[in-house]
Write a protein that binds this ligand. Structure first.
Ligand SMILES: NC(=O)c1ccc[n+]([C@@H]2O[C@H](COP(=O)([O-])OP(=O)(O)OC[C@H]3O[C@@H](n4cnc5c(N)ncnc54)[C@H](O)[C@@H]3O)[C@@H](O)[C@H]2O)c1
Length: 348
């Protein structure tokens, strides 16, 4: 078991290891004495993992309820968010109580936002159940739902009080969902740690998983501590994401976040190489690592079809866009450029 402590608007532990979900009742009692718990989960994860957690909480004398929504990115929307908030009101939850998000990034993003909005703020614990949510979305406090106009356009920063990454949950994860998480793992290698990239470029052995997840969380911790509110360095975490969000939106969320990130990273790395931003060729190495981790790298959409969707992204400000471009494996630069230049790069 490993613990990484994040220092942001509040300080909290990310605990990583097999079986760490057993820590939940005791930690809840310390963090929220006398508080009630609403578990928020979805209809794939809940039948697998909710009842053990809820029983353990009840046995420890904690009053619980649960809210379950249909799985998938298309549930990350304002209607499901409002329905969760109405449920909390009907069940008489208060700001002294806590939401526990049990699921992947969709559950974590939605629950995090609800915890910030209900009565202007109630408690939040993240219990990620996908690799992607363990290494990325559960840590750092970004919460959101999607709007018709684009991905993650409605959200707030809301740090959790605790993150429990129980690696045992990954045993029930489908291989393609595990692969999605590997896209973000490879991303961390490219943006910050060439040794991590080398370690995962041919896949991750099960007994290496705890260390790999921990290293990813450490990188995220450092970036978030330096720039919690995403005004500078945090943009690094968006490597591949400007195109990825456009790809997800264009596919009407048929292409998963992890797959879209894989496609987006390769395409932007090729652009970095073609236009002299890269100090050494890395697009081929990134593509090979993604493919070795069962991820697609060819994108079904042409750049010109994606361009309009990239200009509505949060990385745009006025007439410019911040792009993350790899200079070599382990090091990326953040380049702000006029939208017209971005269009030129994409059209070439
Ligand atoms: N907040 C952030 O900083 C941040 C960062 C990266 C990604 N995200 C968001 O995360 C989301 C993607 O997260 P995701 O890939 O975890 O998607 P997800 O939550 O949709 O989970 C993927 C699939 O795995 C299933 N699943 C989850 N846990 C399981 C388990 N233990 N066993 C069996 N099945 C399980 C789910 O039902 C779903 O079908 C996107 O919405 C993305 O925008 C947010």
């Amino acid at each position: 078991m490993k613990t990484v402590t994040v220092h942001a608007s509040n300080t909290y532990d990310v605990v990583i290891g097999g079986g760490v979900s057993a820590l939940l009742p005791a930690r809840l009692k310390t963090l929220y004495p006398g508080g009630r718990v609403c578990f928020v989960s979805e209809d794939r994860v809940a039948p697998l993992h909710l009842s053990a957690l809820e029983t353990a909480a009840k046995t420890a004398g904690i009053d619980t309820a649960h809210y379950i929504f249909p799985h998938g990115e298309r549930s990350k929307n304002p209607a499901v968010l409002l329905s969760l908030l109405e449920f909390l009101a009907q069940e008489h939850f208060t700001r002294k109580d806590v939401l526990v998000a049990l699921g992947g990034g969709v559950t974590g993003d939605l629950t995090g936002l609800a915890s910030a909005l209900f009565m202007r703020g109630m408690g939040l614990v993240q219990m990620p159940t996908t690799l992607l949510s363990m290494v990325d979305s559960s840590v750092g406090g970004k919460t959101a739902v999607n709007l018709d106009g684009g991905k993650n356009l409605c959200g707030v920063f809301r740090q959790p009080a605790l993150v429990l990454c129980d690696l045992g949950y990954l045993k029930t994860l489908a291989p393609e969902d595990f692969a999605d998480g590997m896209a973000e793992v490879v991303k961390y290698g490219v943006i910050a740690d060439a040794a991590l990239f080398d370690r995962v470029k041919d896949g991750v052995a099960p007994d290496d998983l705890e260390d790999v997840v921990t290293r990813c969380v450490e990188i995220k911790r450092d970036v978030v501590a330096a720039d919690e509110f995403d005004t500078g360095k945090r943009a690094l975490l968006n490597f591949g994401h400007t195109l990825a969000h456009a790809i997800e939106t264009k596919s009407n969320y048929q292409i998963s976040h992890g797959r879209a990130v894989a496609m987006g990273m390769v395409r932007i790395a090729r652009i970095a190489e073609a236009f002299g931003y890269a100090n050494e060729p890395c697009a081929g190495r990134i593509a090979a690592a993604l493919e070795a981790n069962a991820l697609p790298t060819a994108c079904p959409y042409e750049n010109k079809a994606l361009f309009p969707l990239t200009t509505g992204d949060k990385k745009c400000a006025g007439n410019s866009i911040a792009l993350v471009l790899p200079s070599k494996i382990g090091d990326c630069l953040i380049e702000r450029m006029p939208i017209s230049r971005w269009k030129e790069l994409l059209s070439a």
